[in-house]
Design a binder for this molecule. Structure first.
Ligand code: SF4
Length: 894
């Protein structure tokens, strides 16, 4: 273990979770802990942070970290090796495979969690020096359709707007975006605008999410209905003379064709409503609002992007903004909300298989320019394989070496189970990681390289509004842990490319990245941060958040794009894009009659390797679940709080049932976060079909045909312990962090006697076990030196969880304090709505039901809930609304 770190007084850095890119002030405690607060001076958040950001201090421990380079032995076990040996093996392995099979036999799979400097070095090595463009990233699963839509319409991957537009808009349309949970700080900003200026919110989503609860108008669109809705809107705008023909004529091409296509897709209001599954009245209200409001921002996110028609959806939205000239001016424009902290930095670097570098593609002049800049004679001159194609090529044996950095594709890819199997066939499988165990590592990685984690890393990230911020280290990395750019550079040097990878520090990489953006850039490329190409080490260290484009001479200023045209196409005009008639790739069937939607929950991030360490975050929702409409639940024989098997043609999972009329009939929703590390059978990526968008390559993650059926267990309960446990086959379990260890939620059809034997084996052999079997319940407490070491509690699955009190002897022997803590464990398992103050869902429900708190302010005064970060405000509001609307059930996980 590392020696305690000296406390640093205060470090300004950036949150490692979502694309809002909140600035943080971190104060280390001299050990591995830290307190985290929002940075009042950061323009992304002005001091606000959400529940995930505020719990970062709980995620910094070294437990479970990958601390040394490791090699997998033939028997599958891992052996510690030196860095020299690890780097030699990677360089030698890549070199041999390239020599034998050519550069396209190797691939890198990167991540929006990487810093820009890491991304730059990896992209440069593969595309410039190995000579293949097989570099893709988990951002392909997140926002590739936005990139493709931007490039088709604007000629470059340019986000036109800035966050300040959310303050100045009079109408904010959220399409396929549960911003209340996924971009909470931006959503709070929208609500502030609503409260202060009367801005109206429209939410367009198949689910009535926390975001929808705040909307003035909620459009529960049918899966895949977005293109028809925005085609219908374009037709409406044309027919009501709401178009800006001056802007269309001066700055765009292709309008007439696009309008004609829109008319064929959605000729009138009734046809639009039918095609998008909405009522004519709601559709008309939306059209009227959009038509009558000059300052409109349309924010869109994964609900639009994660679709086999995602790029067309993006362009259908952009068409409406271009046609009204509502782009690039204060309070208006299309706005892609990025999922990851550095998806934008990855795009700037060119870390996608269909980009080369610095927003340049594979046209001969671009390839030539980058070749000369990098002095890279073997540079790739054509696009590589995008994520899904890349892993299919692994499965076919065409890609023989894969290096995965900072991501967990064995969980997140479509058909994740099959992809995981494919990884086993690689000749060389390298993983750069923070953790010793995750689904990807455990898929048989040959070499594990310990990479620096948030708090140890040093570099830059770019958020959704093109703002580059520093991520600064405030913890010394464990001794053998290294930054990703360092690892890549060392491998590159060993492969014979020392001259091009002589970086000594992150600032060296950043300066080169900035210089490339400006290289032979006469203003025809949007991404230009050349003003930072000569930044000194000291200025890099002190760099304040800065938004590109930068003004010449280094003066830093904010700027929007495209109010006066100036697009990055050859004729400098935007292109209207006529979308294809919308059609979901795969129909539902008698066998798979539902549409499976996947997405995020409020307090977890990706596959939980960081957020899953926080007990506070685990309290919000601690089990994987499926949301199902009450009518569908009745028909399928599902009970709220019971269990269900959700299956598609590709895989299945078993999760808790939440009956919730926020879900549309015919749709199921399962969150993306759980993996084989955190649950027995809840990796939803296994179920997702591999259909991809033809332009972006982004997979369809929200409409796979699916079936659902109840699963019965006779007992359910939980166990708490200080160490990981293995359960008997057939046990359903989900793991969550708690203050002094791990809690597993359990369901089983094994009888209580079996669990009596299990309890005697499971806890510390030194612990004294006191247990009791009564009325079909089984309870056990394991006591070590008078302290509770672990406990196990199981009761009939169809009843509320009950604890069979331990015998008086046990209490006397071990002390009532310990016994009380067993009881506390049960209460701690109740669902929490406000993570900051640990306020239970039931406490809020009771206060509302008893009339003690009927408004957010009253809940705040009585319970404190919602008075800190604000992430739970939408849920609190929903609880109030649902209490007044008894026909809707809130659904429960408690
Ligand atoms: S909104 Fe939350 S998760 Fe996103 S960057 Fe800000 S603090 Fe982090």
């Amino acid at each position: 273990m590392t020696a305690p770190a000296p406390a640093r007084p205060e470090v300004r850095t950036t949150c490692p979770y979502c694309g809002v890119g909140c600035g943080l002030i971190v104060r280390g405690d001299g050990a591995r802990g830290a307190t985290v607060a929002g940075d009042p001076s950061h323009p992304a958040n002005f001091a606000r942070i959400c529940s995930k950001g505020s719990a970062l201090g709980e995620t910094l421990g070294e437990e479970g970290r990958l601390l040394h380079p490791m090699l997998r032995r033939p028997d599958g076990t891992l052996e510690r090796i030196s860095w020299d040996s690890a780097l030699d093996r990677v360089a030698d392995g890549l070199g041999k495979i390239v020599a034998r099979h050519g550069p396209d036999a190797v691939a890198f799979y990167l991540s929006g969690q990487l810093l820009t400097e890491d991304y730059y070095a990896a992209n440069k090595l593969m595309k410039g020096f190995i000579g293949s463009a097989n570099v893709d990233t988990n951002s392909r699963l997140c926002m590739a359709s936005s990139v493709a839509g931007h490039r088709r319409a604007f000629g470059a991957d340019t986000v036109p707007g800035v966050y300040a537009d959310l303050d100045e808009a009079d109408l904010i349309v959220l399409v396929g975006s549960n911003a209340a949970w996924c971009h909470p700080v931006l959503f709070q900003r929208m609500l502030l605008n609503k409260g202060l200026r009367g801005a109206r919110l429209v939410a367009i989503d198949p689910r009535r999410t926390a975001t929808a609860e705040e909307a003035d108008l909620f459009l529960p669109i049918a899966p895949g209905g977005d293109t028809a809705l925005f085609c219908g809107l374009l037709v409406y705008l044309a027919e009501t003379h709401a178009l800006d023909y001056q802007y269309i004529d001066a700055h765009t091409t292709g309008f007439e064709n696009t309008l004609a296509r829109a008319r064929s897709v959605a000729p009138d209001l009734a046809a639009t409503a039918r095609a998008s599954g909405l009522s004519a009245a709601d559709t008309a209200r939306f059209f009227e609002l959009f038509g009558a409001t000059e300052r409109v921002v349309t924010c869109y996110s994964q609900g639009v992007n994660q679709s086999a028609q995602g790029t067309d959806k993006v362009n259908a939205i952009m068409n409406c903004h271009l046609a009204t000239g509502r782009i690039g001016r204060p309070g208006m424009g299309p706005f892609s909300l990025t999922g990851q902290p550095n998806a934008m930095g990855g795009r700037e670097v060119g870390g996608l298989a269909n980009q080369l570098a610095a927003h340049m593609g594979f046209s001969p002049p671009d390839v030539d320019r980058v070749r000369r800049f990098w002095n890279a004679p073997r540079i790739a001159n054509r696009e590589g394989l995008k994520a899904v194609q890349m892993f299919e090529a692994v499965a076919r044996g065409e890609i023989k070496a894969l290096w995965v950095m900072a991501t967990n594709p064995a969980v997140s890819l479509p058909r994740a189970g099959a992809m995981r199997k494919a990884l086993e066939s690689l000749d060389l499988f390298v993983v750069s990681e923070n953790v010793l165990s995750n689904d990807t590592v455990n898929a048989g990685a040959h070499l594990l390289l310990p990479a620096a984690a948030w708090g140890e890393k040093d570099g830059t990230v770019t958020n959704s509004e093109r703002r580059i911020s520093r991520q600064r280290a405030f913890l010394p990395p464990p001794e053998e842990v290294k930054p990703d750019w360092w690892i890549v550079s060392k491998v590159a040097r060993r492969m014979g490319f020392a001259d091009a990878f002589g970086y000594a520090r992150a600032a060296d990489v950043f300066r080169e990245h900035a210089a490339l953006s400006a290289f032979e850039n006469d203003g025809t490329r949007d991404f230009d941060i050349g003003a930072l190409a000569t930044i000194s080490d000291a200025d890099y260290e002190a760099l304040k958040p800065v938004q590109w484009p930068l003004r010449a001479g280094g003066e830093l200023t904010e700027r929007r794009f495209f109010a006066q045209g100036g697009f990055f196409t050859p004729d400098r005009k935007a292109k209207f894009v006529a979308p294809e008639p919308p059609a979901l790739k795969e129909p539902t069937s008698a066998r798979y009659p539902f549409r499976l939607n996947t997405g995020r929950i409020r307090d977890q991030w990706h596959t939980m390797t960081r957020s899953g360490r926080s007990p506070r975050l685990a309290m919000h929702i601690s089990e994987p679940f499926v949301e199902v409409h009450s009518a569908d639940a009745r028909r399928a024989g599902l009970a709220d709080g019971g269990f269900a098997r959700v299956a598609t043609a590709h895989g299945a999972c078993i999760v808790r049932v939440v009956v919730n009329d926020c879900q549309q009939r015919g749709s199921l929703f399962v969150p993306i976060h759980w993996s084989d590390e955190t649950a027995s059978c809840a990796r939803v990526g296994d179920l997702v079909a591999p259909h991809t968008d033809p332009h972006s390559g982004q997979p369809e993650a929200k409409a796979t045909p699916a079936a659902i059926a109840p699963v019965d267990f006779s007992l359910r309960g939980f166990t708490r312990t200080r160490h990981a446990l293995e359960f008997p086959q057939g046990t359903w379990w989900a793991r969550a962090a708690v203050a002094e260890g791990i809690e597993y939620r359990l369901a089983t059809s094994l009888g209580p006697l079996h669990w009596h034997d299990f309890a005697h084996r499971a806890f510390s052999p030194r612990a004294r076990l006191a247990d009791r079997l009564a009325d079909g319940t089984y309870s056990a407490g394991a006591f070590l030196d008078g302290e509770l070491y672990g406990c196990l509690c199981l009761g009939p699955a169809h009843k509320p969880l009950q604890f069979a009190a331990l015998s008086d002897d046990a209490l006397e022997e071990n002390g009532s304090r310990s016994a009380r803590r067993v009881d506390d464990s049960i209460r701690a398992g109740e669902a929490v709505v406000c993570a900051c103050f640990g306020i239970k869902l039931d406490a809020v429900r009771n206060a509302v039901a008893l009339g003690e708190a009927n408004t957010l302010a009253q809940i705040g005064r009585k319970l404190r809930a919602g008075t800190n970060c604000g992430s739970c405000l939408s849920e609190l509001k929903r609880l109030i609304v649902l209490a007044r609307r008894p026909q809707h059930t809130a659904g429960s996980l408690d």
